[in-house]
Each structure stands twice: as C-alpha cells, then as structure tokens.
Design a protein. Structure first.
Lengths: 531, 129
C-alpha cells in the first residue's frame, strides 16, 4: 500500500492530501474531542436521573468522581491554614444567604452533586457526583432550585400551584454531547451567586458569557475569548484560583507552560510577568498596587447591576390584602421582597481599596461579634509596611442581618422552602432562626436582634482594555481614589500648602541667586577687561 | 494501485460528506449568540427596535426563520447573514469579520439555534444582553 502510494501520480496524491486535511479540520472543528460520546452504547438510553448518567460516565472515567469529591465544589468546605478554621460555604456567613444547612434543597442548585437536601446527604457515593453541570455543551442542562441539585426529568409545575411549568432536561442528549467546561458552565452558578444575575460578586455576571472587549479584554467574544479555565487552570478537577486562597502578591513572573510549579496559575503575573509596562515608572507601581487596581476601573460594567446593600430586618411587609409585598424599581430590579428584605443596586461602581497580603479571615457562627459596630463577615489583612501587601480593589457589601443577643454570635436562618419554619412561609424570624441554628448544630439563646455587617469581595474580573486603565490623576489628583488608603504618599494628591510654598520659595531663591551670581560674574569680567 | 486509490478517495469523500452533514445538522448556539449580539443588535438596539430572543416563542422563531422575511418582507433575512453583507460591514463590525468564512447556511442555523434556545419557552430564555 505504502509503495503504491509512492507510485501514485502526484496530482492524485495532492488531491487526496487536500481532502484528508479538509476532513481532519472539519471533524476537529465539529467535535473538538477525540471521542464522540453519542457513539457510546451506554449513553444511548433514556435516563431517568442524573445519577444514572454518572454511573455510565464512571465506567470509563474511573477516577473522575474521586477527584471531584476531593474538591471544594463537592465538599463546600475548606480548611484555612491561617486560622485553622474549617471554612467553605458550609461554614462561612455571607450577606446573601443565612446559611445553607436548612436551605439545602435551594442552595444545592449550585452543588456539583445530586440529592443534598439535608444533613443526611451521602458525600461518599460516587453516583451523587454531577458530571453534566460542568461538561454540558448543549446549554440545555439545568438544575431546578428546590430540587436538591437534581435536574427536572419530567415536565412539572414549579413552585407547586404557581402555574409555571418547568421543562424536563433531555439527559440522553446532554450526556451524548459532553465536552470541556466553558464560560456557560461555570457561569451557570458563578454569574448568579447570591440569588440572581451579578448579585454577589460585582465582577461576575452573565454579561461575561459573550462580552465585548470593553467589559473584559480577556473574555472578549470577538478577541481572546478566554474560557474561565484559561486562568483558573484545572488539574484533576481541582480548580485553581479560589477566593479562599488568593495570591495577593506574585513576584515570580510568568509561569512557563508545562511547568511543574505548584504556584497559583490564575494571577495576572502568571502570564504577564512583573514588568509588562513599557514605562519603568509604571512597573515600579506594582510594588504597591495589584494589577487589578488600575486595570479594573469599575465593576458591574456589563449592564447588569450588582447588589450593594441588603436589609434582612426590613422583611415581612405585606400589602393591604395581606399578601407578601414585592416592589421593583424603574429598571425592574426587585428592591423589596417581603421574604428577604430590601436591597439597593449599582452599576459601573468604583471599588473600595485596601492593603491585602493574601491572608483572609472569615466569620463563622461560632465566632463572637461586637454588635455595637458593623460586623466584618470577612477580613482581608494587609499593611503598607509588611512588604507582602498590595493595594487591591474590593466590592464592599453592606447588610443588616440577625445575631444572637446572648451568645453574641451571628445567626443562621431557614429562609427557603414551603414549610412552617421557613421565613418565606411563616414570616416569623424566631422560628426561622431556631430551625436554622438547629440544622447547623449550633446553639441559639432565643433572643435575637439585627446587626449591620460588611463583607468584602475582591475584584479581579472585568479587566478593561489598557486604554481604559486608570490614568495618573485618578489617584494622584485632588480627588484620589486611594485617598482613604493608609501609609502611602501620593504626589499630587497629598499636597501641603506650607511645604509647597517652602519648595517654590527655595526654587525662586535659587533662581535669584543664579541671576545675581551671573550678573556679578558679568560685571567683574567686564571690569577686568577694561583694566 | 487504482483500486486502492479509488477506495481511499471513496472513504475520504464519504467522511467529508459526513462531516458537512454533521455541521449542517446542528446549529452552534454559541456562535449564533455572538452574531445575534454583535451584528443583529447593532441595528436592533433601544426601545421598540430591540428584539430579544425571549420576546418570541420557539414556534414563532421557527416560523420566522422558515419565512425568511426581514422588515415584514421588504428584504430577505438571509441577506443579513450572507457573505456579501458580512463583507460590507466587516470593517466596522468585528463579529462579521470573525465569522466571514462561516458558510451562510451554517451561520443561519447557528442564529436560529440561539434564538430558539433563548425563546420565552426555550431552554434558556435570553435578553439582548
């Protein structure tokens, strides 16, 4: 055969080569994989549950479930090496949710598993791992809120009695079309954190699914078109770049492709290095500033508002007919919901700026609080003097939420569901908190109040094109963004009248001295010439 | 030798035909989304001229693409996906430039796939955003 190919007329060989290349390219473009999952017999069946699909996946991908089970996406726990506390979604508090334990059927819509409805969930059962939520390429897979992480497999009215019919997911179609995770997979949860589009993070919302260059220069749908995993490099289902383990300062420069280095690959420097500006003066700014500080001038820039405040204590109002009140603003944002409280939103927000050295502490319901001041739900450590800190941009979320007046701890509450303990049903905080703390296995004194809280969210997405990075005057002008950041002198901003007068005075005196000296020299030289 | 060459060519042509068939069978809704967002909404923006995918049902979108009528029949919908149209706007529209080599039929299927997916009764109702 090989000999015969060699003896083929050249034009035939060329034509064959062109055709073969065309086939290869087209097949490659169409499948983008070496396996066509629709050809697998195990996937040619009508699945009745997500777990049934997982069992088939694991017949070939034998280690995949074990790897997922070792991740935060599965356990929702993270042991913090600094504080030695167990963090993760199971343990930390946010302004957006009053704890997951008693709200699992709803929260599990974003768990990478099936069936986590209460504390009896089996974290060791591999068939409970949800492969499809991260690997669906059809865009039709979705988990239904309130179903403990399960996708609907039959048409159903949800919530019951609402008249809203939820379409079933064709699991066979989805299973036969699995592929690499895309922005749409990650975004299905991360764009909608906190209960709505863009609500939580401020720099993550659905505008990043197919963004313009102005919204994010890396994810620009018509340019670099980065998927999330371009930066959040994933090995054995462990996704790099968690907000629990941020790298505040990366001094190592660009990370070589294929390097076995175990440093965080999601930093800016991991691609751009530490001296990427043409101007040395700008590179020197990196000694004090995170890249994000100049290159993300505002967050929530994609036309989708982010929540800025949430007052849980305002919940419970009803209209004149006794129905729970829901109010929207002119832009259609829900600004009041009787089941949740009141909210404010913002777009194109200027971040707050703090020193940050990589150490973060998160509050849990076991930690004591001081209710006479606003309670920080997390704390980003840093100092101008430690050499390890950089000034970072943050979204600061402010809320009012329940605390225990006797134990001086924050409280979890059962806010979702249709049972009598749920705040959304009973509008009784005492019931909701009693159940929430009971499910969390924590004590509740029976006396509660509301306290103001603050939670900081680092801003690191929505990187603008370089032309839109902050200009010098944004920090060095009279109205400096960094005016409240301690420990730095900002030439141009930190001006002192007397110092300026002294400086100009010295400059004028110097000039006067030069003129007088020059005149003297001129006079004496003329005099000498006459002699 | 001739028989081997015939077999080789036959297999290759068969695979090529299959690959085209595969391409044409399904629309790439992600590519359709980008075209919809960056080309269609370049004109259809603001107020009543905006046509978000979730403003119509799946059946309405299917009928719309089937009818191939733009501006109530004044022009053909296919024209706005044609290579000639993309050539005419590629200097100022990056999406038209990016997809300049995508076959017209395929690109139409991509846009239809996105519109049906984003329909008000679709799998993921979508706005223009």
């Amino acid at each position: 055969m090989r000999k015969e190919l060699l003896t083929m007329p050249m034009h035939c060989l060329f034509a064959w080569g062109v055709l073969a290349c065309a086939v290869g390219l087209l097949q490659g473009a169409a499948l983008a994989s070496t396996a066509d999952h629709s050809q697998f017999k195990g996937l040619q069946q009508d699945f009745k549950s997500g777990s049934a699909v997982t069992k088939i996946c694991l017949e070939c991908h034998t280690k995949a479930a074990g790897e997922v089970m070792a991740s935060k996406h599965w356990s929702w726990e993270w042991p913090d090496p600094h504080s030695k506390k167990m963090l993760g979604k199971q343990n930390v508090l946010t302004s957006f949710s009053l704890g997951i334990q008693s709200n699992n059927p709803v929260c599990s819509v974003c768990h990478v598993g099936y069936g986590w409805k209460d504390n009896n969930f089996d974290f060791t059962a591999q068939e409970n791992v949800d492969c499809l939520v991260c690997h669906d390429t059809t865009g039709t897979y979705r988990k239904q809120s309130g179903m403990a992480g399960h996708p609907p497999v039959v048409a159903m009215e949800f919530p019951p009695g609402s008249g809203n019919v939820v379409k079933p997911v064709d699991l066979k179609e989805v299973a036969q079309n699995v592929g690499k995770s895309s922005r749409d997979n990650c975004g299905a949860c991360h764009f909608y954190g906190g209960g709505g589009d863009g609500v939580k993070h401020g720099d993550l919302d659905s505008s990043l699914a197919a963004p313009e260059k102005d919204v994010d220069v890396h994810m620009n749908a018509l340019g670099l078109d980065f998927s999330c995993t371009e930066c959040h490099k994933t090995t054995r289902h462990q996704v790099a770049g968690s907000r629990y383990a941020l790298t505040a300062t990366d001094v190592h420069g660009a990370l070589m492709r294929g390097s076995k280095d175990d440093r965080n690959p999601s930093t800016c420097q991991a691609c751009h290095g530490n001296a990427s500006h043409k101007l040395a003066r700008l590179n020197r700014h990196a000694d004090k500033l995170a890249c994000q500080t100049c290159h993300i001038p505002q967050y929530a820039r994609g036309g989708i508002a982010t929540k800025l405040t949430w007052d849980w204590s305002a919940a419970g109002r009803k209209d004149k007919d006794g129905q729970p009140l829901v109010e929207k603003d002119a832009n259609g944002h829900v600004v009041y919901d009787a089941k949740k409280g009141s909210f404010t939103y913002g777009e194109n927000m200027v971040p707050d700026y703090f020193w940050f050295n990589g150490k973060v502490d998160h509050l849990t319901v076991s930690d004591k609080i001081d209710p006479t001041n606003s309670v920080p739900l997390n704390r980003f450590y840093g100092s101008p003097a430690d050499g390890a800190s950089r000034i970072w941009p943050f979204k600061v979320m402010r809320a009012t939420q329940p605390y225990d007046k006797v134990h001086m701890t924050m409280l979890k509450a059962h806010t979702t569901g249709n049972d009598e303990d749920s705040y959304g049903k009973s509008f009784d905080w005492h019931k909701a908190v009693t159940r929430g703390m009971q499910d969390a296995g924590k004590p509740f004194s029976g006396q509660m109040g509301f306290v103001e809280t603050e939670m900081s969210w680092p801003i690191t997405h929505m990187v603008a094109p370089k032309e839109q990075a902050l200009s010098c005057v944004a920090c060095h002008g009279a109205e400096s963004r960094l005016a409240k950041v301690p420990g730095i002198h900002l030439p141009g901003h930190h001006a002192h009248g007397w110092l300026d007068k002294l400086g100009w005075g010295l400059a004028w005196l110097t000039l006067l001295g030069v003129i007088v000296h020059g005149a003297g020299r001129a006079f004496t030289s003329r005099k000498g010439a006459r002699k | 030798m001739k028989s081997h060459f015939s077999i080789l060519s036959g297999i290759t042509l068969g695979l090529l035909a299959l690959s085209f068939a595969g391409e044409a069978a399904d629309g790439d809704w992600k590519r359709g989304r980008v075209y919809y967002r960056f080309v269609c909404t370049d004109c259809h923006k603001g107020g009543s001229s905006e046509i978000p995918p979730n403003s119509r049902s799946m059946a309405e979108w299917k009928a719309y693409f089937q009818a191939d009528k733009h501006e109530k029949g004044k022009t053909s919908l296919k024209y706005y996906v044609s290579k000639a149209f993309r050539e005419s706007i590629k200097a100022k529209n990056q999406a038209a430039a990016k997809f300049i080599d995508v076959p017209e039929d395929q690109l139409m299927k991509d846009i239809e796939a996105f519109a049906i997916r984003g329909a008000k009764d679709g799998d993921a109702p979508a706005t223009c955003n």
